[in-house]
Design a protein around this ligand. Sequence first.
Ligand SMILES: [Zn+2]
Length: 504
Amino acid sequence: MKKVGFFAMLAALIFCLSFAGQARAQTSGATIVLDGQALSLQKKDKVEIIKGSVMVPLRVIAENLALLVSWNQQKAQVKILTGTGDIELTIGRMTASVGGAELKLNAAPVNRSGTTLVPLRFIGEAAGFEVGWDNTKKVVTLASSEASQPTPTPAASPTPIPSSPASPTPTPALSPTPSPGTTPTPAASPSPVSGGQIKGIGWSDDRLAISFVGSLVPKTYAASDPASIVVELPKTSFDPAFASIQNFDAAAQSGAFAVTDSSNASRVKYAVTDIAAQTIAITIELTGNKTFTTYQEADFETSVFVIDLRTSAVPTPTPAIPDNGKKIVVIDPGHGDGDPGGVGATNKLEKNFNLSLALKVESLLLNEPAFQVLMTRRDDTFVPRPERASLANAANADAFVSIHANIAEGKPTVRGTETYYYKNSGKGLADIMHKHVLSATGFTDRKVKNANYQVLRETTMPATLLEVGFLSNATEESILFSDSFQNRVAQAIVDGLKEYFGVK
Ligand SMILES: [Zn+2]
């Protein structure tokens, strides 16, 4: 990888943003020549000229200029990590931030059917390339800074810039709405910490998932030797149970795990890097793809910050369901991998309970000729909540059942079974499922409640979320993990589905 220095002449940028002679906007291609070599752009790489600026897909920047590129879905923001100062651009915004300084653009980044186009010259120069433009031939030339020896940037080490002026868009706050006459769920109250507390870190399907309670304000930057993405998390601590569920040296306040199933990354490290400021850094050591997207998803129990290194949006697999008249039921074991869900009284993990019970439900349903069962996960994998919902929607499922266990932080005596729905279409399913599950658990009846869970909100079929019992209660934790108990509850879930669909 070429060492790309940060071009110090920021002021010069302001004067040379426009391509000479390009007066009118037009849509046409352009050739890009990097260090004498014409880039072979793929057919899908639509290059446009907007207001005299050659606009190229982000992917072209990442792959050809060897820069780390991050895309924040929530902020519609592109961040190009140069290692010495980040470039931040926002779709539709005429200014960009370069190493913290606001600069004007000739043309704002645009989105063209899912592809983000960004101004090549601006980014090239900000990243230390010498950029030229032959207006007659429509050729952009880029010369990497090695030949021209640009002024070195003052900072030798990566300097994360402060977060953008616009405060990060929080995922919509989901406030549970207990039904009248029911006790509000203690588990629903957010953690009182002003920053965040990390519960788990995991790698699944080229995605790093960091689960947390509270709030995280991640700063992402690039580092070299080895090429890495670093996520810095101020005001963040590790959950007390973290050391018991992850590879973690409590004395050194650091840990790591190898990534073995990816061509893009080799290792993930995590450590407290500043005790006074409570800063944690999480590092992904890269071996491949340098384009990634970030997003946060929040729900009642745990929120997750995701760094997604997959090169293109992976379409939701549409299961081939023959129209054989069977009822299609999606069983959704909550959480997974880096998102452990609740951590029990003796540190047993909710994600493991959910999966174990869900697999039992699946095997029972496989013996029911009236049902076709689909699972959102069948192993310890992180699956983002929107993907769980879209799998069910794409399959045109008839019912969605999400399996969870509960936590009441700091209230070890709270126990019982409760069942959720969000849309009215899910109420009937929730009522019947609750009746059967409650009778199988024999726990306290915490009733059927209405709450805005993402998987309940985003699914289009009747959907329910079962909170079978409380892991934070030592007695219920032990019962929840008993095999015979799980078999009984699995049968109750199947019985509930049969009653709901009128299956004999
Ligand atoms: Zn859960």
